[in-house]
Design a binder for this molecule. Structure first.
Ligand SMILES: Cc1cc2nc3c(=O)[nH]c(=O)nc-3n(C[C@H](O)[C@H](O)[C@H](O)COP(=O)(O)O)c2cc1C
Length: 381
């Protein structure tokens, strides 16, 4: 199949339709979505995408409009072949509802979940507050999901049927009063990993959800070591990443990376939501932690330092505050083999991934790279 960038007609159609999508989102769809309470908007958008994904002609049309393909973006990471390294980070699609839409729109991968051993209702509502002045969301979901048994059944279908998109599944510990003890927590992760074995392209172990009843028990090095020792015993063919916290100073972060390196883990995702609200004008009674632009600088700092010291041992996935091609390219040049985002989809629209693919391809060519993986970490000395 010919790449879009090599066909003048398809390239022109893709360029114009991406611009139209962007305008329609900014001046129409976004206004309608932002007129709803954020929790309703989130649920309705997912329901719409779920229904749309079953409409084959619509998916065909979406593909013609948004699927920018380019050989310079193809990459092999941890033995998985990606059409491009840009994907959805965990949290948007907790129950695997939107895979056909993301696949048709040309997303390189999506991370489903986080899922937990048992179904989980999450924290009391509201789960979200918008902070448009910061291009950020205040998130307080608390790992609501339909449980790993049901969700991974759908993940396997998406994994088997995907046209080009790769599927990762994020696994966390059930957030309820039945999983208080650390041993129960470890067993909960282990059960979900067993269910996921062989049924997705990658797995992400989420140790850093900041919105749970028992807190982040596995960001203590000795607890993380116990968790990863238990997970090492699960036979799985796909690569595993650990989703890292964002609020650890470098010496503490390093201690966690040292533990990760002792186990059967191929990479780390940097990083989860931001807790620090200092200098920001946020109502004190809003519960939760920050996504989007406020995550960019702290996650970029951790990414760069991790690549410098661990780049030869661990694959890095960069997430936090990406909404433009330049920001995605920065993460690549500072060590990210994969780049993920969530908040930009809400603030900029679904075509933001196409803008990023096209933009990064142009930046790679400008700088003389033949393949995106050649640019990984080039700015880290
Ligand atoms: C609505 C929402 C829900 C999230 N839920 C999860 C989750 O379940 N598991 C997880 O590892 N990260 C979760 N995150 C964090 C994101 O995966 C990501 O690390 C963070 O939002 C920074 O990326 P962004 O700036 O592109 O939004 C969530 C983020 C958002 C916005």
């Amino acid at each position: 199949m010919e790449y879009v960038n090599q066909s003048p007609v398809r390239d022109a159609v893709n360029r114009v339709s991406t611009d139209l999508f962007s305008l329609a989102y900014r001046y129409g769809v976004k206004k309608a979505i932002f007129a709803m309470a954020p929790d309703d908007a989130h649920a309705r958008t997912l329901a719409f995408c779920h229904a749309a994904g079953k409409n084959t002609p619509l998916m065909w049309l979406l593909r013609g409009m948004l699927d920018y393909t380019d050989p310079v973006l193809e990459t092999n990471v941890m033995g998985v072949r990606f059409s491009n390294p840009f994907g959805i980070s965990a949290g948007l699609d907790k129950n695997c509802d939107i895979a056909p839409v993301a696949d048709a729109a040309g997303y390189g991968f999506e991370t489903v979940g986080s899922v937990t051993g048992r179904p989980c209702v999450g924290n009391p509502r509201p789960w979200f507050h918008r902070l448009p002045q910061y291009e950020s969301m205040m998130v307080h979901v608390g790992l609501a999901n339909a449980g790993s048994e049901a969700v991974i059944r759908d993940v396997e279908k998406a994994y088997t049927h995907a046209r080009q998109m790769k599927i990762s599944v994020s696994i966390a510990r059930t957030n309820d009063d039945e999983t208080i003890d650390d041993e129960e927590g470890i067993e909960d992760y282990r059960l979900s990993l067993e269910r996921a074995a062989g049924k997705s392209d990658m797995v992400e172990i989420n140790i850093s959800c900041p919105n749970t009843m028992v807190g982040e028990r596995f960001v203590a090095p000795e607890n993380l070591d116990r968790l990863l020792t238990a997970l090492d015993s699960v036979d799985r063919p796909q690569p595993v990443l650990v989703k890292m916290p964002q609020d650890k100073p470098w010496p503490k972060f390093r201690e966690l990376l040292d533990v990760v390196c002792d186990h059967d883990v191929q990479g780390v995702t940097i990083a989860n939501l931001r807790k620090d609200r200092s200098g920001m004008d946020i109502p004190v009674d809003w519960k939760g932690n920050l996504s989007g632009a406020p995550c960019r600088e702290p996650s970029n700092d951790l990414l760069e330092q991790t690549y410098r010291d661990y780049g030869s041992r661990l694959v890095l996935a960069g997430v936090g505050g990406v909404s433009t091609a330049e920001q995605a390219y920065w993460k690549i040049r500072h060590g990210a083999s994969l780049v993920m985002l969530v908040s930009a989809l809400m603030y900029r629209g679904p075509q933001v991934m196409t803008e990023i693919r096209r933009g990064v391809a142009a930046l790679l060519r400008r700088d003389g790279f033949r393949h995106v993986e050649d640019a990984v970490g080039v700015d880290v000395d």
